[in-house]
Design a protein around this ligand. Structure first.
Ligand code: PMP
Length: 391
């Protein structure tokens, strides 16, 4: 049996050795509660402080607050519902977002919509934010703009600096948030260079444990108290997220972020090389004539979305899985949804329902190799001969 090929690192990835060591230490040695006043508690508080500093450094910022959460989902909820509830005058106000955000952004927005807020979803055909539509949607009622940095299904990277600059110019009350869950440490995405006020990141996409992530807040957001708490209680995390801190998770996040920062350029180059190799081979070999690559205007280095015409994505996923190759169809996080529907992100990208239904996502880590890509291509070409029937 050949070793498993894991091309699903955007769903989650293995904990890196640095993070695993940090977890072990907090479980067995540095086990204190950062709120305790004694020396064991103070050591935990020191670890919390240094972990926060490590994540800030990986984000390329010195100032502002970083609120540790249970992951990207909770950070997005805090950013969106926390902002909407920050001031009574925002009730019924306007929020700008992109068409095809992750469910953890889309669902809180849908909730606000049901409570009378207006949500404008800016088109992202071909993986590009429609700047004219964005400009037309900007006005003084906008109190929040939330645009993901990198789409988890297509790998499209949006021009957040331009969008943020436009919103800042035309919407004086707007706080600008980006969900950088799929971008953090995969491509340059510091909140400072992007010009955003809040940024979501998640640990388990970068080699930390599952169940940890966080939200960066700019100094201006902190000063203006522009966000209300979603989890009242003991006042941890500057009162924005009460509850005893998940120290194993937080320490693992800091360790993975530090390692990811140190190896950023080489890691991005490695994933980009595997992606480029697959694209070249698929485009140049007639055996793959029925494979449609979804190529965004600006692609992330680690995500490749493709469809086999006429073949359901689920069928392809199951076939590949039976051959020891792991990819995803749609977003892994939404595959539990009660009512299956074509992915909004893929439709917003410009795919037909059929193409969307035939789509699988490959996502890479630096550990993936050209040899694995070759085996994938071999297995795919064999599958095309047996599974594929022209409809
Ligand atoms: N946003 C995006 C773009 C994601 O891809 C994910 C995870 N698939 C999340 C948010 C949610 O992150 P978490 O799993 O840490 O809650």
């Amino acid at each position: 049996m050949e070793p498993i090929i894991y091309f699903d690192h955007s769903a989650t990835t293995r904990v890196c050795p640095e993070a695993a060591a940090a977890v072990q230490k907090t479980l067995t040695e540095d086990f204190g509660n950062p709120s305790s006043r004694h020396l064991v508690g103070r050591a935990a508080a020191d670890l919390l402080r240094s972990s926060r500093a490590a994540v800030l450094s990986a984000l390329g910022v010195r100032d502002g607050a970083f609120v540790f959460t249970s992951g990207g989902t909770e950070a997005n909820t805090l950013a969106i519902l926390g902002r909407a509830e920050a001031k009574p005058r925002f009730a019924g106000g306007k929020i700008l977002t992109t068409a095809g955000e992750h469910a953890s952004v889309e669902q809180p927005l849908a909730l606000l919509e049901s409570r009378g807020y207006e949500v404008v979803r800016i088109p992202v055909k071909g993986g590009q934010l429609d700047m004219q539509a964005l400009e037309a949607a900007c006005d003084s009622r906008v109190f929040l703009a939330t645009f993901m940095t990198t789409n988890n299904e297509t790998g499209a990277c949006y021009d957040i600096p331009a969008a943020a600059a436009l919103v800042r110019r035309l919407c004086r009350d707007a706080v600008i948030h980006t969900d950088a869950t799929q971008a953090f440490l995969k491509l340059p995405c510091s909140p400072l260079t992007m010009g955003v006020d809040m940024m979501t990141v998640s640990g388990h996409k970068i080699g930390a444990m599952k169940g940890v992530g966080g939200l960066w807040l700019s100094p201006a957001v902190v000063r203006a108290r522009a966000l209300s708490a979603r989890t009242p209680g003991g006042g941890q995390e500057d009162g924005l997220r009460s509850g005893t801190e998940n120290m194993p998770g937080i320490a693992s996040f800091a360790a993975a972020a530090t390692a990811g920062k140190a190896h950023f350029a080489e890691n991005a180059a490695k994933t980009a090389a595997v992606r480029a190799y697959l694209c070249d081979r698929i485009q140049s070999d007639p055996a793959f004539a029925d494979v449609l690559l979804h190529l965004p205007a600006v692609p992330a280095p680690h995500i490749l979305s493709l469809a086999v015409r006429g073949l359901p994505g689920e069928t392809l996923l199951n076939y590949l899985s039976a051959c020891g190759i792991c990819v995803s169809a749609g977003s892994a996080c939404s595959s539990n949804a009660k009512h299956a529907h074509a992915s909004f992100a893929l439709l917003a990208f410009g795919l037909s329902e059929k193409e969307a239904g035939s789509t699988v996502r490959l996502s890479f880590a630096p550990s993936n190799t050209k040899e694995e890509a070759d085996r994938f291509l071999h297995v795919l070409s064999e599958g095309l001969k047996t599974l594929y029937r022209k409809g």
